[in-house]
Every structure is written in structure tokens, then in C-alpha cells.
Design a protein around this ligand. Structure first.
Ligand code: SF4
Length: 441
């Protein structure tokens, strides 16, 4: 029986040698179990998330697929090199794969771009028929009607705590110029049949989990679908979290449906406190002057909020970044994330900054959101590289973690999620101390 290894690499710590490791994960990705579900029965498949498991470079296998995310590109290339030395056939997938410099790609046989779950069965068939694979596979998703149940059962036993990932839509109807989802899906919003989503949630429950996170880029892209989806999930008696736009706060009916369906945590991209920035990022529908009011409304409904901000835009100054920290503290944001504006190749933002000759590096390994890879207009890239960590230190001081979480209007309505948020905060605090972007939980 031929064997396929699917690997999500970890990232190197800032010393460049040690790998980031965790004993457990709380928010594993969906890519590996979903890809594994597309593998025909006559193949053996194993998934390895390197954050919680070690990769055995000498493991018997025929094919190795390695995922690339911004933070793990360096490790992905090292793993590819090692497996090639051992005469394995290696392919790379994931968002960053097409932008890896050509000299590093000599360690791989193929790059998979677009929808990996569509390309993988084609790639496996090619390998079976000819013993080789094509240099590139690029297939879009035409519809989401035939997606099998993800192979959650392949996650290592006991290593994933609390939650598994589920997906109900792909893409987003909005077109923020910095967003790779907007580039990949070009404003399309694809919706899975609700029965299939419920089937996946039942599999999550069957495996002993009472929680899941809906990792759609924007669960709020189609109000009618969200209303029906929440209605169907309500009967499953599960707790879940989702990513949405802030505009969900304009719809009391949808917020109520989500809460009744068990959705307790929302992740929202606020991006910036300056309306000019939002306009320039093509996110003018987020209104900076009503953000605080909308946040308060969501918190009063009982949602615990993950919120993300982009810093290092052309309007940011030391003063505006200070105000960003004040905004986070004043609004008692439970789990705030800061990212440096990163012109991801393929996005409109990238074209803009490249045309203006403001890219400092094309080294894709630096495009993590925690390095300044371009020159902002009002603050130097060097200064911003330092400031992001001092902002994080301030926001994630013990005093401020407690203040943001325990004084939030959501605390009484949602005490269990507040405890989870506190746990996440202290995990992130540890990462921040080591200067590792607070992403892994
Ligand atoms: S709303 Fe979010 S997911 Fe949609 S394009 Fe903007 S940043 Fe991307």
C-alpha cells in the first residue's frame, strides 16, 4: 500500500535553530484532515502537525506533502530538503508556496496552489500511473457540495484539547486589498450545504469534543445562510467560535441566533482606528467612529472577542500606535492581536507597494506579519519592528490581561469563554516574551 505523509511544519524560534513546540494544541488547522479525507482508500495516509509531534525524517513513505504558512516557510524548505536527500517525492502546498524563491524549490517536485483538496487526488493518480508528479497543480474549487468528512480521527490522540475545526464557507464577498482571501477568491463567497456542515459537527461530537471553531474567513458573508446555519447548529448543543466582520453588530437578530446556537467567541478584524487607513485598505465599510459602540454591543450580548489590528500603515505614527493601545485597553478587548501591514505577494497591496518601490525585502520567510517588510511613510521600518513588541508587552502585561478580560461587559454573560480567553492571553504572553508572534494556541 503506498503511503503519504502530510506535514504542517512548525516555525523556528528567533534563535533560528529551536522549533516552537507545544504539548497540546487548542486550535489545529483543517488543511491536513481535509486533505487526508481526499486520499483514496488504497493509500495509507498520516498527518503530522510538527508543533505537537516530531517528524521522523526516516519514516517509510512514498510521497510527502508539506504545508507552507508565512511563519513556517523556512522549516518547510528544510523538511523538503531532508526528505529529498532520502529520495522521497515531495510537494509543497499552501498560500505561500508559489512565492518561495526558485533556488529553494530545487528541493521539491511539485507546488500545489489553489484548492489543495481538489488537486491532491489528481496528484496521487499521476504518481501511481507514472511514478512522478507534475511541477505544478493549480485547480480552483467549482462547488463545495462533495466535500467528505475531514479525517479528524488522524489527529494524534489526546493532543488536541477542547475543539476541532469546521468550515461552512470559503472566500469573502469583501475585497480588502491586503487580504489573501480576497485575492484567492476574488470576491466570491462559496457556501457549503448546511447538512454537510452539520454532518462534520456530528463527527466532531462523535470523537468526544463538545466544541468546535468555524474557521470560515467571514461567517457573516451571507446573512440568510448564517441565519439558517445558526438555526441548524442550535439543535446540536455545542459551543463554538467564528470569524466575522464587525458589521454583525448591526444585526441584533443574527447575534441572537448565533448565541442561541452556542457561538460564544467571535474573531473580528478591526484593522485600524483611523478611518483614512480603513478607506485605503478598501475596508471603508468599517466605521472607525462607531467601532467602540459596536464592540460594546457585541460584548453586552455576551461575545468574547478576538480582535486583530494592522499597524505600520502610511498614517501610523508613534502617537497613533499609542492611541491604538489605549483603544484596546479602553474597549476591554479580550484577545487583541497586532500585525504589521504585510504586502502578501498576489494582493493589490503588494502591487501598490512594489510599484512605489517601498519593499525592503522579497525574502518570503520574513512575510510573517511580525517583521516590517516595507517602508511605511511616517515611521521607520526599524522603529516599527521594535514598537510592535513594546505594544504587545504593554497590552499583555499581567495587569492589563486581567483588566481587559475581567472588566469586559461580556464577563458575566460568558464566564467560561472568559476563562478560555485568559488562558489564551497567558499563552500569548509567553510567546511575546520569546518574541514569537502570538499565533499558536
Ligand atoms: S473582510 Fe476579512 S476576509 Fe473579507 S476580504 Fe476583508 S480581511 Fe479578507
Amino acid at each position: 500500500m503506498p503511503k503519504l505523509l502530510l506535514i504542517q511544519p512548525s516555525q523556528y524560534e528567533p534563535d533560528g535553530h529551536r522549533l516552537c513546540k507545544r504539548k497540546y494544541m487548542y486550535l489545529p488547522g483543517l488543511a491536513l484532515p481535509l486533505l487526508a479525507a481526499m486520499v483514496p482508500d488504497h493509500w495509507e495516509v498520516r498527518i503530522i502537525n510538527e508543533i505537537i509531534e516530531d517528524v521522523d525524517l526516516d519514516e517509510e513513505c512514498d510521497l510527502v506533502g508539506i504545508g507552507t504558512m508565512g511563519y513556517s516557510v523556512k522549516r518547510a524548505v528544510v523538511l523538503a530538503q531532508e526528505f529529498k536527500k532520502r529520495n522521497k517525492t515531495v510537494f509543497l502546498g499552501g498560500m505561500v508556496a508559489p512565492y518561495i524563491p526558485i533556488q529553494q524549490l530545487k528541493y521539491v517536485d511539485s507546488i500545489v496552489v489553489g484548492a489543495g483538496d481538489i488537486s491532491l487526488p489528481i496528484l496521487l493518480k499521476d504518481f501511481e500511473e507514472s511514478g512522478t508528479i507534475k511541477a505544478r497543480y493549480d485547480n480552483p474549487v467549482s462547488n463545495l457540495d462533495q466535500i467528505p468528512v475531514p479525517r479528524y480521527d488522524l489527529f494524534p490522540k489526546g493532543k488536541i484539547k477542547f475543539m476541532l475545526p469546521v468550515q461552512s464557507t470559503r472566500g469573502c464577498p469583501n475585497r480588502c486589498i491586503f487580504c489573501s482571501t480576497s485575492t484567492i477568491y476574488n470576491g466570491k463567497y462559496q457556501i457549503r450545504p448546511i447538512d454537510d456542515v452539520i454532518r462534520d459537527i456530528r463527527e466532531v461530537k462523535r470523537l468526544g469534543y463538545s466544541r468546535f471553531f468555524m474557521l470560515d474567513d467571514n461567517v457573516n458573508g451571507d446573512h440568510e445562510n448564517l441565519r439558517k446555519l445558526a438555526g441548524a447548529i442550535k439543535n446540536e448543543k455545542v459551543i463554538w467560535s467564528a470569524q466575522s466582520t464587525i458589521n454583525i453588530a448591526k444585526r441584533d437578530d443574527l447575534m441572537k441566533s448565533l448565541l442561541e446556537a452556542g457561538c460564544k467567541i467571535l474573531s473580528i478584524g478591526l484593522e485600524n482606528i483611523n478611518q483614512n487607513v480603513l478607506n485605503e485598505l478598501n475596508k471603508s465599510w468599517v466605521k472607525a467612529d462607531s467601532s467602540s459602540q459596536q464592540i460594546r454591543k457585541l460584548q453586552k450580548f455576551g461575545f468574547v472577542l478576538f480582535t486583530s489590528f494592522i499597524i505600520g500603515t502610511d498614517h501610523d505614527t508613534e502617537q497613533s500606535l499609542k492611541k491604538t493601545v489605549e483603544f484596546i485597553m479602553r474597549n476591554r478587548l479580550a484577545i487583541p492581536l497586532l500585525n504589521i501591514l504585510t504586502p502578501i505577494p498576489g494582493t493589490k497591496l503588494y502591487d501598490q507597494i512594489k510599484t512605489e518601490n517601498r519593499l525592503n525585502t522579497s525574502d518570503i520567510e520574513k512575510y510573517t506579519g511580525f517583521n516590517t517588510v516595507h517602508e511605511p511613510r511616517l515611521i521607520s521600518s526599524k522603529k516599527l519592528d521594535k514598537l510592535i513588541w513594546s505594544m504587545y508587552e504593554e497590552i499583555y502585561s499581567v495587569k492589563n490581561i486581567l483588566k481587559r478580560n475581567l472588566l469586559s461587559p461580556s464577563v458575566m454573560a460568558n464566564p467560561v469563554s472568559t476563562i478560555f480567553a485568559l488562558y489564551v492571553n497567558f499563552q500569548y504572553r509567553k510567546s511575546i516574551k520569546k518574541r514569537i508572534g502570538p499565533l499558536i494556541i
